[in-house]
Design a binder for this molecule. Structure first.
Ligand code: NDP
Length: 433
């Protein structure tokens, strides 16, 4: 922390991780001897670059671009790009750090990385977004490659942005399908990638619920966000018989006692790129409130935070518990802060940490890389079946790991330890690198 005093999100992610991995060192003293932790928290490489672009009025704008190539012990750097005004080096480092262990948990050969820019796609025309993406890729292309570093989407980066980034890469280097994942299907994208993080989250949560004799059926569920992860989480919850009563965007949230009309949310967010408050125009019985969705005063049993980091703090967690929440699984990265996690664990609520619960997206990205290498396209069902298996395995692995270290039910520790052990062993086997 002395090296990075002004990087709160990064320090938060590292602190959460350090708080759980002690038991591994008792079992493996050689990890301390070889100073694995200090090596692990230091990224292999951080790139920061200027991204100049011209807006529709002809004015020249400058944003800051980042790529953190965190750890390649078990495979090429892999992780998304986030375009949001809040992006800083602290944010990309926290995301990249968590990505190392998440990717390890998928069981697939991918290292950890993350990137993005403080560019805000909101309110920009398609042409402005295109020019920004072209400028961003003009620099990024020097540093990535199908066996080196394979970026994907995250907040503010969906199929449109990936398409523009891909186009610019192709213009400079020729067609290489494996350079990005989350691509549109006709550019070598994988079926079920769009759905993967949300679906995977719900498959994971189903495993957690099974274990406590519960299911989604007839349960009231709250999902924060209304972006890529939230939309497909809602879709799968509904398919499993749950009722999603609320979702949100960064301005506010909608509460629909009859259950969210997902087709309408998709139309507002995916097609029109409008605000979630538009929902009321077609569903007048719903309620819209400005502010944080977790302030909602309703009873519900399952919470799936799918928007952004630090949505839920200690007092909010207490409020959610008092309203009947019995299971929480993170679709977003670090949506619950340390105090919130403690509250959930203290109350005996089953809690699925992001590293495990939202790993479905990157897992299917890795399957997209496999398809690109094979020059084959798998069917939706094949990918979805594989995703189900991966989420089941992740759940089993973190549960068994927690049990092995006498931390039964502590999935935070289970995920951190299981993800870490594999990476640490891989690092040790490669010498001091
Ligand atoms: P999107 O950009 O598609 O959607 C993000 C959603 O969260 C939007 O509804 C957005 O509202 C809301 N949001 C963003 N910032 C804030 C904020 N500061 N406060 C409140 N709401 C906010 O992103 P994704 O769905 O892809 O990502 C959501 C989360 O899931 C992120 O934490 C991401 O890192 C994580 N994740 C994503 C994966 C993926 O495959 N896409 C994989 C694994 C994790 P608005 O429209 O107003 O901006």
């Amino acid at each position: 922390s002395e090296r990075d005093p002004d990087q709160p999100e990064y320090l938060q992610a590292v602190k959460e991780f350090f708080g759980t991995i002690e038991p591994v060192f008792a079992a493996h003293p050689e990890l301390i001897e070889k100073n694995i932790l200090e090596r692990l928290v230091e990224p292999e490489r951080i790139l920061q670059f200027r991204v100049p672009w011209v807006d529709d009025q002809g004015a020249v704008n400058v944003n800051r671009g980042y790529r953190v190539q965190y750890n390649s012990a078990i495979g090429p750097y892999k992780g998304g790009l986030r375009f949001h005004p809040s992006v800083t080096q602290s944010i990309v480092k926290f995301l990249g750090f968590e990505q190392i262990f998440k990717n390890s948990l998928t069981g697939l050969p991918i290292g950890g990385g993350k990137g993005g820019s403080d560019f805000d796609p909101k309110g920009k025309s398609d042409n402005e977004v295109m020019r920004f993406c072209q400028s961003f890729m003009t620099e990024l292309q020097r540093h990535i490659g199908p066996d080196i570093d394979v970026p994907a989407g995250d907040i503010g980066v969906g199929a449109r942005e990936i398409g523009f980034l891909f186009g610019q890469y192709k213009k400079l280097n020729g067609f290489q399908a494996g350079i990005l994942t989350g691509k549109p299907i006709f550019l070598g994208g994988s079926l079920a990638r769009t759905e993967a993080t949300g679906y995977g989250l719900v498959y994971f949560t189903k495993e957690m619920l099974d274990d406590i004799g519960k299911s989604f059926k007839n349960q009231k569920v709250v999902v924060s966000g209304s972006g890529n992860v939230a939309i497909y989480a809602i879709e799968k919850v509904q398919e499993f018989g749950g009722t999603v009563i609320a979702c949100s965007d960064s301005d506010g949230y909608i509460f629909d006692p009859e259950g969210i009309d997902l087709a309408l949310v998709k139309k507002i967010k995916e097609e029109k790129r409008e605000r979630i408050s538009e929902y009321l125009k077609e569903r007048p019985n719903a309620v819209y409130e400005n502010g944080n969705i977790w302030d909602l005063d309703e009873r519900y049993t399952i919470a799936l935070p799918c928007a952004t980091q630090n949505e839920i703090d200690g007092p909010t967690a207490q409020k959610m518990i008092s309203q009947g929440v019995g299971a929480v699984a993170e679709g977003a990265n670090m949506p619950c802060n340390l105090e919130a996690v403690k509250e959930f664990q203290k109350a005996g609520i089953v809690y699925g940490p992001a590293k495990a619960a939202n790993a479905g997206g990157v897992a299917v990205s890795a399957l997209e890389m496999s398809q690109n290498s094979q020059r084959l396209n798998w069917s939706f069902e094949e990918v979805d079946d594989e995703l189900k298996k991966i989420m089941k395995n992740i759940y089993k692995e973190i549960k068994d790991t927690a049990k092995f270290y006498n931390l039964d039910g502590d999935f935070v520790a289970g995920a951190n330890i299981a993800g870490f052990t594999k990476v640490a062993k891989a690092m040790l086997s490669q010498g001091v690198i």
